[in-house]
Design a protein. Structure first.
Length: 188
């Protein structure tokens, strides 16, 4: 069941925990997102979030955008070792060499795709999705997210497992996990 925040708005419970979360919940999470660079940004941010709290990534998002050339795929695909070293020294982002290498490598994979990133990712969106009653009903992994992760791995993507793929699906509106009673559940 969603909670009513201090501002009187009924949200998914996590959306009331900080003002940053409330803003993200109210304006972005679950809104259908399309476009190669926009989806690439979300792929990267979800991968950087692995093992960390989403609030950490959310609060560093502008620094990530600056560090990764606005997540323009061609720009990041052209990053070399000097860029990776620059990123490793950037306190404004998560400085994890494996995640940075994955972000650069994933941009290169995107450039080589035979289909658009939009078509690839949205092809895993379920036809039917049941709105969760409460946060306990929200899955971490689904058959679709497992299939997405398997396909992405086969294509050469890194740092994108089934849980990360499901978080991506939620964030980009491929699934709508706003719980019953949340004001966003009535808008979609």
């Amino acid at each position: 069941m969603s909670l009513v925040g201090a501002d009187g708005v009924a949200r998914c419970s996590w959306g009331n925990s900080t003002p940053d979360y409330a803003e993200y919940h109210d304006t972005e999470w679950g809104v259908p997102l399309h476009g190669r660079d926009a989806l690439y940004e979300r792929l990267c941010l979800e991968a950087f979030q692995a093992g960390l709290s989403w609030i950490t990534i959310l609060r560093k998002r502008e620094s990530f955008r600056a560090a990764f050339a606005g997540f323009v795929v061609e720009e990041v695909a052209g990053f070399g070792e000097d860029d990776v070293l620059r990123l490793m020294g950037d306190a404004g982002i998560v400085r994890n060499r494996m995640k940075i290498d994955a972000a650069v490598g994933n941009a290169r994979v995107i450039l080589g795709l035979e289909e658009s990133l939009d078509e690839l990712l949205w092809g895993f969106a379920p036809v039917k999705h049941r709105r969760p009653r409460g946060m306990a009903d929200v899955p971490a992994i689904t058959d679709e997210s497992a299939a997405m992760a398997k396909r992405l791995k086969k294509l050469g993507f890194r740092f994108l497992g089934p849980t990360t793929c499901y978080a991506l699906m939620q964030a980009t509106g491929m699934v709508d996990d706003h719980v019953r009673g949340c004001f966003r559940a009535f808008l979609v």
